[in-house]
Each structure stands twice: as structure tokens, then as C-alpha cells.
Design a protein around this ligand. Structure first.
Ligand SMILES: Cc1ncc(C[n+]2csc(CCOP(=O)(O)OP(=O)(O)O)c2C)c(N)n1
Length: 696
């Protein structure tokens, strides 16, 4: 069924097989324009699924771009949410954005009336554009499901198919999955349940490109033989060349005729299809062309490979980049207008003094785990994002060379956060210290029950690398920005948690968490953040540090004096800023702003160990100053409420004013890391402004 007018039933658009082939190439080109403009995103998996996307949105599915909520439409659900740009260009070509104004978080932006249709996709991953790194159904028409956490959309598709049967609707449900995604146990629960409920209105497409992030599907986690597995679960299976339009259309037609069981189309595809330097290259999973617009591995090279030079000529590309620049300028102006102002610019490295090196805290985790892996009593696990979180340093202690002995103690688990957690617990039961890791959302949230009942209740030494903590994850967007881990971890009895402030402290935290009995978490981030400690900065698990600004210096860290809170004697400061993680350097910069602008003295407390909490230091800071601001790159209160609870139970003889700086009960968004810190009010300027509002 082609694209229809839902009111009259008339056909709005239809494409021949040859036209679909051409459209798929055009969509690949738009996809690569969008990724290059964004300078991030998933090349390989969007190119492999594009022929199927073209077939589904332009020919197979019954839908009406002018009426996205039409009850009788076929549902197309992207369980593999990282393929979002392919969905966006498919929606764009189908007509979903023809009347949509370019908007900033729903508010139409003036001056963009000429940017309509698929061209809007060039705003991929820009703050407020709606074209999130992973799909958000509340932001764009035609997006059926907000997804990005693998292994969930399939189950939602199941529910949609069951609802169609319950209500007697004849619409079909299509769900796009990855082969690596089949590592997740939840996929197999859905596969079992779809057959149980005989969902012949559901069709699952597996993008069988044989690659995931850490390697081939055979190396990372064996999912073959896929056909036999699906059949054993009670499915009808069709295997096709996922780049042959005739086979694709035939398979969808066949699926419609199958009665009493769901259909799985295993589409054999090539990751990076159509672009020679990306085809079958594992490294082209989550990155755009590495040379940008021109060069060997560039957008222009993509256009040549795809043989669409006429349509995607210089003029069209210039226009795409110009639209993005114009949009970004509008966003920048909006954000700058909301920033608190002071007599001068105190932003990182904006002046000749107070210079600060930047490094990602994930590197510190790598250095730490490299030291720990020298012991044969330490084991580690990978969940298909091993290098991204620096877990590969476990078997590459110099960051480059594989150490064969250590590699024997590293186990690839594929995309199986829950199973990884309990397998690690098994090793811990046998006496090992087990390191697991993934992005924070997946490794403290998806496996929460495993952490609670198996790891904590048993007091197993399972140590969690909680990577990509915070909003500064950037363009990947909300699904990958972990903002809840402090809340979900610290409520589990006996679970230690460290949220270190920079890469140096992250190394120390990693070594410390290995020593602490029972389970523990180290939270760290993706983006480079200020290195605000020095070699001689103390670090004791469970004890906060006091940091005081002493006067401007060439190097940022030298402008401050740091000691263990237990060694500190009150200097009767005007306020205390109690912070953890990368908000510690922001708190330090706030103290600097407050001193230079108003002569205000600040006690900064770096509470790197969030559990167990240094209650003595917190209560002393509150008692000595009477004014407390907490700062966290987290849902506000996850940390702040722990501090507030400590203060309330501290039997203070004076009232305390308290404010919390953090993300205010909202999900994150795609954007540039520092842009997001400003947008969500997490900078030193915001902390300093809060202080000025509180102080008499
Ligand atoms: C639950 C979860 N764990 C980890 C990730 C990170 N991640 C994103 S894509 C990906 C690999 C997916 O491989 P596959 O399904 O084969 O997709 P393709 O190779 O076709 O892009 C991983 C591990 C995630 N998005 N969700």
C-alpha cells in the first residue's frame, strides 16, 4: 500500500521499484549530509537499512504524512534507535516535514520559511531542532517511538500489534531491529511472546549486517543461527538480500499473507552500504565521514560513491551547511541571552590567566583499570562499547598494545547489561573483583534489580564503570545522557559510589573502588572537562576535600588550596558550595567569580564519595556558613537531597539557607556539551548567580 490520503483513501504518492532504488540512494546522500553537518552520528547502520527504509515508507506501509496520528496507519517502529537519521530522511522524503516550520523546541524560528521537507534533516543533533540523536516521538511528526536503549522497541511493537488485534484494526506493525541488538535477552522474550500471541500482523526486520561496535557479531556475541532460532520460537522467516529492492518488496508482500504467526525478515545487508570507505568497516559505526566535507573520507566522497553528484552539487551542499550555521547562530544567541552576566568573561580559558587543561574523566578510568588488571584476581567485561568507556585499557594497559595474559581475563558479553552483571557476580562469588561497564543508563538502570539483589544483597565485589554520566554526553541526546544514577545506586544498601571531579581523581577513584568491600560504582563522563586537581591533591575514599580560592594564578588549579575536610579549620566563609563530579570545577570557578566580583568567600566541598557520605564535613560546612548550594550534573536532588538530609539531621543551632543546582526534572537533549551545560543551567555563572540571590 503506498502513501495515501487518510480521509479520501486516494493515493498521494507511489513509486516503482526502479524509483525506489533511486530514492534510496538519494536518502543515503541526505543521511550523509546530515551526519556531516552534525559532525556526529551513526554512518554504518543507517546506510545498511536505507533500502528497507525506502521500501517501507514509500511503498509498503499504509500511512499519511498529512495525518501522522491516523488510527489506521501501519506502525513503523525503530527498535534500533541509533539508526534515527535513516528514519528522519525517510519521513522527510515521504512528506512529513513539508508543512513543518523549523523550530526551537516547538517554537517556530523566524527566517527559515524556505527550509522545508527532507532538507530539515540537516539540523540533525542540533539543540532544540527536534532531530535528536536518537528519536523522540514528542518532537517530530511520524516518529512512533522514542528509542535508543536497544531491545525495547521490539516489545513496544508487540504491544501495538496486540492492541490492533484487540481493537479489530487491520493495520500492520513493522519493527526495525539490529543484529547486535539481538544480544539483549529482552529481544528473546519479545520473540517468544509474539509467537505465543500469534501476531501475524507484526513483521520484524533484522538488519543483518554482521557488525556491531566491538567487532563482528560472531566475535562479540554469537547470535547465529538466526533463522533456526526464530523458527524454533514459532516465527515465519524470510531471508533476503537487504539491498535488492525486488526481494525486499516480495518479502513484505509474503509477510502480509502469513497467517497465525509473526514474520521475521532477515535482511542480509552491508554496514556502510554505498560508500566504499565505510562498507564493512567496524570503525564506521557511530562516526560521520572522518575528513568532513572534502577529502579522502568525506561527504563529497560519499556523494561520488552514491553517484548523486548532479542532485547533490556544490550549491546544494553549501546551502545545507549555511542552514545549519544560521540555525546554530540563532540557538547561540538564545542561550547567551539566558546566561548570568558579570563585569567580565570568566569562561574556561577565555583569559590569559587561570588556564586549565581539559581531559575526559573516562581516560582516568582507563588508567585506573590498566593498573588494576595487573592482578590476576581482577576480571572485566565488555558490553559492546568497550573502547568508548576505556574498558579496553584493561587488556591494553598502555592504551595501545594488547596484553595476552590480561585479555584472558576480559570477557565480551555483547549488548547484555543484565547478564553481564550477574556473570560478573558469579566471578565475584568465586573470589574475583569484577569490573563491568557501559553507559550509565544501561549499567545502573537496566540492570538495577541485578545490582540490588544479586550484587548488593550478596555483597559481591562487582564494580561498575558508570560511563557517559551527565548532560555533557552531548549530541547522542537524552537516551544516552545518564542523569539518575546517584538516586538509583545510593538507595541500594551497601553500594558504594564515587563521582570524581576530573580525570586524575577518576583514576584514584577507580583504584579506591576496587579496594572497598562489596559492590561499588564510579561515575564518569564522556566529554573533556577541566583538570582541577593536582598531583598533591589528597584523595581518601569516604572523605570530602575542602577547596578554597586563594587568588588568581597562571594555572587554574594553582589558584586554589585543597585539603581533607577533616584537616580544615573554618575561615568563616560566606557560603558553602557542595559539589560532586565535573560540577566541582564549576563550583571552583563560581568561588573565583564571587570573590572577584563581590569579595565573597566560598568554601567548596568536593564530595567525591557520594556513598558513604562525609556527613561531618557537610554539617560543618552548613554550620559554619549558614548558606549552602549543592551542585550536580544529575537530576536535581539526587545528590542535593542527600546533602540536605545530612544537614537536617546535623542538629544545627542556626538556620541554613539551601539551594540546589542540577537538571530540573527534565530529560536531556542533543546539543554540544558546553552548550547543554549552559542551556540546563549547570555552569559556574549559574551557581554564582544563585549565591548572589541567597546572600544578603
Ligand atoms: C541497551 C543499550 N546498550 C548499549 C547501547 C549502545 N549501542 C548503540 S548501537 C550499539 C550496537 C548495535 O549493533 P547492531 O544492533 O548490530 O546495529 P548496527 O550494527 O546495525 O548499527 C550499541 C552497543 C544502546 N544503545 N543500548
Amino acid at each position: 500500500m503506498p502513501i495515501v490520503d487518510s480521509r479520501s483513501g486516494a493515493i498521494r504518492a507511489t513509486y516503482t521499484r526502479e524509483e525506489l532504488v533511486t530514492k534510496a540512494q538519494e536518502m543515503r546522500a541526505w543521511n550523509m549530509v546530515a551526519l556531516t553537518c552534525a559532525n556526529s552520528g551513526h554512518t554504518g547502520g543507517t546506510l545498511s537499512i536505507m533500502d528497507i527504509a525506502a521500501a517501507l515508507y514509500l511503498h509498503v506501509a499504509r500511512h499519511d504524512p498529512a495525518n501522522p496520528e491516523w488510527e489506521d496507519r501501519d506502525r513503523i517502529i525503530w527498535s534500533a534507535g541509533h539508526k534515527a537519521p535513516a528514519m528522519y530522511v525517510a519521513l522527510g522524503v515521504a512528506g512529513y516535514f513539508d508543512d513543518r516550520p523549523v523550530s526551537f523546541n516547538g517554537e517556530p524560528l523566524p527566517g527559515f520559511d524556505d527550509v522545508k521537507g527532507v532538507e530539515q534533516c540537516v539540523l540533525l543533533r542540533r539543540l532544540g531542532s527536534g532531530f535528536e540523536g536518537h528519536p523522540n516521538r514528542l518532537k517530530l511528526p511520524g516518529v512512533e517511538l522514542s528509542s535508543g536503549s536497544l531491545g525495547q522497541g521490539f516489545g513496544v511493537a508487540q504491544g501495538c500489534a496486540m492492541d490492533a488485534k484487540l481493537e479489530g484494526r487491520d493495520n500492520r506493525v513493522y519493527v526495525i531491529t539490529g543484529d547486535g541488538e539481538h544480544d539483549e535477552g529482552s529481544m528473546w522474550e519479545t520473540i517468544m511472546a509474539c509467537a505465543h500471541y500469534k501476531l501475524d500482523n507484526l513483521c520484524c526486520i533484522v538488519d543483518r549486517n554482521n557488525l556491531q561496535i566491538d567487532g563482528t557479531t560472531d566475535e562479540v556475541m554469537q547470535i547465529a543461527p538466526l533463522r533456526e532460532k526464530y523458527e524454533a520460537f514459532g516465527w515465519h522467516v524470510i531471508e533476503i538480500d537487504g539491498h535488492d529492492m525486488e526481494q525486499i518488496l516480495d518479502a513484505f508482500r509474503e509477510a502480509e499473507t502469513v497467517k497465525g504467526k509473526p514474520t521475521c525478515i532477515i535482511a542480509y545487508t552491508i554496514k556502510g552500504k554505498g560508500v566504499d570507505f565505510c562498507e564493512n568497516v567496524c570503525g564506521y559505526h557511530g562516526v560521520p565521514p572522518k575528513d568532513g566535507r572534502d577529502g579522502e573520507e568525506s561527504l563529497e566522497a560519499c556523494i561520488r560513491c552514491l553517484q548523486v553528484e548532479d542532485e547533490f552539487n556544490d550549491e546544494r551542499l553549501d546551502r545545507a551547511f549555511a542552514i545549519v550555521q544560521r540555525y546554530q547562530e540563532a540557538v547561540d544567541a538564545r542561550i547567551e541571552a539566558t546566561m548570568p552576566r558579570f563585569s567580565r568573561d570568566y569562561w574556561w580559558n577565555s583569559a590569559d590567566t587561570m588556564k586549565c587543561a581539559m581531559d575526559a574523566t573516562r581516560n582516568g578510568f582507563g588508567w585506573g583499570v590498566a593498573k588494576l588488571s595487573a592482578s590476576d584476581q581482577v576480571v572485566a567485561f565488555g558490553a559492546d562499547i568497550t573502547a568508548s568507556i576505556r574498558m579496553d585499557y584493561f587488556y591494553k594497559p598502555d592504551g595501545k598494545t594488547t596484553d595476552v595474559e590480561r585479555q584472558k581475563r576480559f570477557f565480551s558479553m555483547g549488548i547484555q547489561e543484565q547478564n553481564m552483571t550477574v556473570a560478573a557476580a558469579g566471578f565475584a562469588k568465586e573470589g574475583k573483583t569484577s569490573f563491568i561497564g557501559s553507559y550509565g543508563v544501561f549499567v545502573t538502570g537496566r540492570n538495577w534489580d541485578q545490582l540490588r539483589t544479586t550484587c548488593a544483597y550478596n555483597r559481591f565485589a562487582v564494580k561498575v564503570a558508570d560511563a557517559h554520566g551527565g548532560i555533557s554526553v552531548g549530541p547522542d541526546g537524552a537516551t544516552h545522557q545518564a542523569l539518575e544514577e546517584i538516586s538509583v545506586v545510593t538507595c541500594i544498601p551497601g553500594f558504594s559510589m564515587i563521582v570524581p571531579c576530573d580525570s586524575r581523581e577518576t583514576e584514584r577513584a577507580t583504584l579506591a573502588i576496587a579496594e572497598v568491600p562489596g559492590p561499588g560504582v564510579v561515575r564518569f563522563a564522556r566529554e573533556a572537562t577541566p583538570v582541577c586537581t593536582r598531583e598533591d591533591t589528597p584523595f581518601v575514599f569516604g572523605q570530602a576535600n575542602v577547596i578554597r580560592f586563594r587568588g588568581e594564578a597562571d594555572n587554574f588549579a594553582d589558584a586554589f588550596e585543597t585539603c581533607l575536610a577533616s584537616d580544615y579549620e573554618s575561615e568563616n566563609e560566606d557560603l558553602a558550595i557542595i559539589a560532586c563530579g565535573p560540577m566541582v570545577p564549576e563550583a571552583m570557578r563560581a568561588a573565583y567569580i564571587l570573590k572577584l566580583e563581590r569579595g565573597i568567600e566560598t568554601r567548596i566541598l568536593n564530595v567525591h564519595t557520594v556513598k558513604p557520605l562525609d556527613r561531618v564535613a557537610i554539617v560543618a560546612a552548613a554550620a559554619d556558613t549558614g548558606v549552602v548550594i549543592t551542585a550536580e550534573e544529575h537530576q536535581v536532588g539526587g545528590f542535593g537531597n542527600l546533602v540536605a538530609g545530612a544537614i537536617c539531621q546535623g542538629d544545627l543551632s542556626r538556620p541554613v539557607k539551601l539551594r540546589m543546582v542540577g537538571v530540573r526534572d527534565t530529560f536531556g537533549e542533543s546539543g554540544q556539551p558546553w552548550e547543554l551545560m549552559k542551556f540546563f543551567g549547570l555552569t559556574a555563572e549559574h551557581i554564582a548567580q544563585t549565591a548572589l540571590e541567597l546572600l544578603p
